[in-house]
Design a protein around this ligand. Structure first.
Ligand code: PLP
Length: 402
């Protein structure tokens, strides 16, 4: 276990905003000075385009860039060849849509997903409907967990693809992804895991999950914006043509044909976001040093504490599991206070939370609400902050007279 207070010292944002209680970590996380310094050092010491120049700083830049890939692939237990840099989870999902799904799914094929998906793992797949592909959505149990019986019944020999979030950005629900992948594979379907909310918060091992694709974003795990990862099994990537095309991903080009280069670069045309990718490697170093088991334990402890206290507030409704396998994301509604009013009131008290539909409109509709207020925790959060949060919610009840 580690000390949230000590960790905060590494985060300059908390020096500039002394009283800030930052509970919007599911949207993006703050950055430690180790990551900010890495970015500054890269630009100051060896900035040069990667995989191009043969002069010293270009070689150094390329080495640093590929070292980041080594660090991040080890972090999720993939091979180097299987980790493709993207701009984020959303772009990674779109790459699978355009490189694989649009070419391989046909009329009357089915894809199975869940009602708890983020728009990033829902909107892209709707495009497949133009080819006559049917999308099936699996619903939830009353406690906000995924209805696994329904999932099992929804996946059939018609299913070619199953795509599921590992952790809901609204409910905090953690889905049994190993079991889901097995169900998909037993029916001959491929499976994508949206790990945007899980890779930052728990040990994620792509080999253990045995998924075909997995996506995540650096900015949700201490890293810079504009960087993400697409994991895909090597044997699948070898058979695919890239969704995005241009320079650098080639062995040879003639006027009418191109021969792709080796994995993973085949899927990375153009100049990548190399400086931020290098800095992302340092974010992963930071998390590794803390230990992902400890990160998970810290958040489990904070979440349990917060859930216990929240349940003591009358007229407060929590959306998502109250115990069991869940992450540090808590969505709630307090009486009939509008989520945005609640978030503004919390902001007046220096508590940053998100309010609204959280890019999950179908889930909101399913729950019969227009939005929630959401608090989400990370490594630098502390129980004292939760105490202040609870006090402020009590104060809100008086001010809004509910
Ligand atoms: C579950 C989930 N999937 C996908 C995304 C999209 O991530 P990004 O906006 O970094 O591409 C998010 C972002 O909030 C998310 O929470």
């Amino acid at each position: 276990m580690f000390d949230g207070k000590k960790i905060r010292e590494d985060f300059p944002i908390f020096n500039s905003n002394k009283d800030l209680i930052y509970f919007d970590n599911a949207a993006t996380t703050q950055k430690p000075k180790q990551v900010l310094d890495a970015l500054q050092e890269f630009y100051s010491q060896c900035n040069a385009n990667v995989h191009r120049g043969i002069y010293k700083i270009a070689v150094e830049a390329t080495d640093e860039y590929e070292e980041a890939r080594e660090k991040v692939s080890q972090f999720i237990n993939s091979k180097i060849e299987e980790l493709i840099w993207t701009r984020g989870a959303t772009e990674a999902i779109n790459q699978i849509l355009y490189a694989w799904a649009l070419w391989n799914l046909k009329k009357d094929d089915e894809i199975v997903t869940t009602i708890m998906e983020h728009h990033s793992n829902l909107v892209p797949w709707q495009l497949l409907q133009k080819n006559g592909v049917k999308i099936r959505y699996v619903n939830l149990n009353g406690d906000g967990t995924l209805n696994m019986k329904e999932l099992e019944n929804s996946v059939s020999k018609k299913t070619k693809f199953v795509t599921v979030t590992q952790m809901s950005n609204v409910l905090g629900t953690i889905n049994p992804v190993e079991e889901i992948v097995k169900i998909a594979h037993d029916n001959g379907a491929l499976c994508l895991i949206d790990a945007a909310q899980s890779v930052p918060h728990m040990e994620v091992d792509v080999k253990k999950i045995n998924c075909d694709f997995l996506v995540f974003s650096a900015h949700k795990m201490l890293g810079p914006t504009g960087v993400g990862g697409l994991y895909a099994k090597q044997e699948i990537l070898e058979k695919l043509d890239p969704a995005l095309r241009g320079s650098e991903q080639i062995k040879s080009v003639s006027l009418f044909e191109t021969e792709w280069t080796d994995l993973p670069w085949k899927f990375e045309p153009g100049t990548p976001n190399f400086a931020d990718i290098v800095a992302f490697g340092y974010a992963v170093d930071y998390l590794k040093k803390l230990g992902m088991k400890n990160v998970r334990e810290h958040e489990r402890d904070l979440t349990k504490y917060a859930l216990e206290k929240l349940q003591q507030i009358s007229k407060l409704k929590i959306f998502g599991p109250l115990n069991g396998t869940r992450g540090g994301v808590i969505s709630f509604q307090l009486a009939d206070i509008h989520a945005h009013d609640m978030a503004s009131f919390l902001d007046d008290n220096n508590i940053a939370v998100r309010s609204g539909h959280h890019c999950a409109m179908p889930l909101m509709k399913y729950l019969g609400i227009s939005g929630t207020t959401r608090a989400s925790f990370y490594i630098y959060n502390m129980k004292e902050e939760i105490d202040k949060f609870i006090e402020t919610l009590e104060k809100a009840k008086q001010v809004f007279k509910v």
